[in-house]
Design a protein. Structure first.
Length: 80
């Protein structure tokens, strides 16, 4: 859908959280399209099930993509 020819995935972790950033060189997402796309809706639903925060990034002049941040502290405490 984005007409991307390349994609990048970045992963970082700390004792408090895990973060995944996925970017590509596609055309990006307009604000009206976010809700309508099933792929994005599915990613949001999966992030919510994990207790993670899901964000669409569509930076002006930058790469479009998404960011998922999972707080490990909150999830560990809720399992106790």
């Amino acid at each position: 859908h984005s007409h991307a020819t390349e994609a990048w995935c970045q992963y970082s972790a700390s004792p408090q959280s895990v973060q995944i950033i996925i970017e590509d060189n596609g055309v990006g997402i307009s604000s009206g399209q976010e809700v309508e796309r099933r792929g994005i809706t599915g990613m949001k639903e999966r992030a919510t099930l994990l207790g993670a925060k899901f964000q669409i990034q569509n930076r002006l002049g930058g790469k479009p993509g998404c960011r998922v941040t999972l707080s490990l502290v909150r999830n560990i405490q809720s399992e106790r």
